[in-house]
Design a protein around this ligand. Structure first.
Ligand SMILES: NC(=O)c1ccc[n+]([C@@H]2O[C@H](COP(=O)([O-])OP(=O)(O)OC[C@H]3O[C@@H](n4cnc5c(N)ncnc54)[C@H](O)[C@@H]3O)[C@@H](O)[C@H]2O)c1
Length: 261
């Protein structure tokens, strides 16, 4: 019960890594606020927590790119649960292609959600956290925030930006008792990837989470969402009390391999 009696706000909690994080946090005793722009998906996560016997969770619909909605999220946390001990900034979107093909709308979308959204959620949750004596912010970046590749320059830039935000926010909020860290997941088998592969006529199933020739990283496989959630749990809990401004690579060695080369 590493999060007993803590309140944890998880953005993007309606799917993938965010949902796995909500379920794991609830198992560890947290009251989870599932914040997602997809209301049905957030409610589904809450129902799964209830079915698993977790503490009562709450679904809140929010677009993290819109400050008015994020402010309402902060107000709802204050009014309905009265505190926030953990904030996980997991909500994210992808845009593909090189900058030569990116539109202004592409830039606005990806920076709005992946970078500004992280800052806005911190802006409206940190005061509540500070009132309770402190807490832990975990930002979900990506292994590709530090490893280059072709095809996702905008996304990778936002994920690198999240690392800068993490380090400097750790300095800004130390005196409020707030630690700020980042998790850098490698390729993870989430519904998103399954659906995308299906749309391209391919199958992506649990086989990719077992080592295979040509698989990613040192471990040569994808992660299960729950494997990423365990890294997030460590940074959210008091077990990481001496960790702040840090980047935790949960990527099967993908970034270590890239640095070796
Ligand atoms: N899956 C991977 O391989 C992988 C690898 C590295 C990093 N990540 C990062 O992990 C995070 C989760 O990825 P995932 O694969 O689980 O994604 P996903 O697409 O399965 O889930 C993302 C969730 O965020 C929500 N969301 C999107 N935009 C939002 C917005 N504006 N406001 C509120 N909610 C919004 C979606 O509704 C969805 O429920 C993302 O930040 C992603 O960039 C994922």
């Amino acid at each position: 019960m590493r999060l007993r009696d803590k309140v944890a706000v998880v953005t993007g909690g309606g799917s993938g890594i965010g949902r796995a994080t909500c379920l794991l946090f609830a198992e560890e005793g947290a009251r989870v606020v599932v914040a997602d722009r997809d209301a049905g998906a957030a409610r589904d996560t809450v129902a799964r927590i209830a079915a698993a016997g977790g503490a009562p969770a709450m679904a809140i619909t929010v677009d993290v790119a819109r400050e008015a909605e994020v402010a309402a999220l902060g107000e709802a946390c204050r009014a309905r649960v009265g505190r926030a001990d953990v904030l996980v900034n997991d909500a994210g979107v992808r845009v593909w292609g090189p900058v030569t093909e990116a539109s202004e709308d592409d830039w606005n979308l990806i920076v709005g959600v992946n970078l500004r959204g992280v800052g806005l959620c911190c802006k409206h949750i940190i005061p509540l956290m500070a009132e309770g004596g402190g807490g832990s912010v975990v930002n979900v970046s990506s292994a590709n925030g530090v490893v280059g590749r072709s095809g996702m320059a905008l996304y990778d830039a936002t994920k690198a930006g999240v690392l800068g935000l993490t380090r400097s926010m750790a300095c800004d909020h130390r005196d409020q008792g707030i630690r700020v860290n980042a998790v850098l997941p490698g390729p993870t088998l989430t519904d998103f990837h399954v659906r995308r592969a299906a749309a391209a006529g391919r199958t992506l199933d649990e086989a990719v989470t077992r080592p295979h020739a040509g698989g990613p990283g040192i471990l040569r496989r994808h992660a299960l969402p729950r494997e990423i959630a365990f890294g997030i749990l460590f940074l959210a809990s008091d077990e990481s009390s001496y960790v702040t401004g840090a980047c935790l690579h949960v990527d099967g060695g993908l970034s270590a391999l890239a640095q070796r080369n």
